[in-house]
Design a protein around this ligand. Structure first.
Ligand code: 5GP
Length: 184
């Protein structure tokens, strides 16, 4: 069936296995737990791709975390972001004096995160850090300052564990290379 890792011809090799994801996310959770001891960080997930990561990461943090979500769209094609970002769903909560951690699925050029960080920084949080599951090797802006990174991966297009092509493949439990035609 299409979407099943063993039978879908556009699904390439596993880039990060589900065991490796689980193990690394536990480590990130422990790091955040230590860094934010006695605080109640607000996790801001970037929809939709970070939904799986947010669910697993939050359960690996032994602190009273709170959740919020943003949805953004960047102008440009599905595989190339332009850096001009439109907010489709804004946060529900006020950030003043909060310890905010942006939870992002994947960083390619870094333009989306650069925009988000700047936008949220203007809302008066006490602290603002980024936790990105996957970072593609390449030409990110050096000022992105990613505090927590799950994996650095080669610059191929990937799907699974929240990441999609035309809304498909988000439910795969591993991150795979995508071998299909470039999404429009
Ligand atoms: P950036 O602004 O860093 O270039 O792109 C970030 C956004 O582009 C991610 O949040 C994600 O939505 C999308 N993206 C970048 N690379 C990939 C990829 O390999 N696979 C998928 N499915 N989305 C990607």
């Amino acid at each position: 069936m299409s979407g099943h890792p063993n039978q879908d011809p556009v699904l390439g090799p596993v880039v990060v296995s589900s065991d490796d994801l689980a193990h690394r996310i536990d480590e990130l959770g422990a790091e955040i737990t230590a860094d934010y001891a006695d605080r109640a960080p607000l996790l801001v997930g970037v929809l939709k791709g970070a939904a799986m990561f947010m669910a697993d990461l939050s359960r690996a943090i032994a602190l009273p975390v709170e959740f919020d979500f943003m949805a953004v769209a960047s102008y440009g094609s599905a595989t190339r972001t332009s850096g001009v970002v439109r907010i489709l769903k804004d946060l529900d909560v006020d950030l003043s004096n909060r310890d905010v951690i942006i939870v992002e699925d994947i960083v390619d050029s870094g333009l989306t995160l650069a925009y988000l960080r700047k936008n949220l920084a203007h809302r008066g949080p006490r602290s603002l850090e980024i936790c990105a599951l996957l970072v593609k090797d390449g030409l990110q802006r050096s000022d992105l300052d990613l505090r927590y990174v799950g994996f650095r991966i080669p610059p191929a297009f990937v799907v699974g564990y929240g990441l999609d092509v035309a809304e498909r493949y988000r439910n795969l439990d591993a991150v795979h290379e995508y071998l299909g035609p470039e999404p429009a």
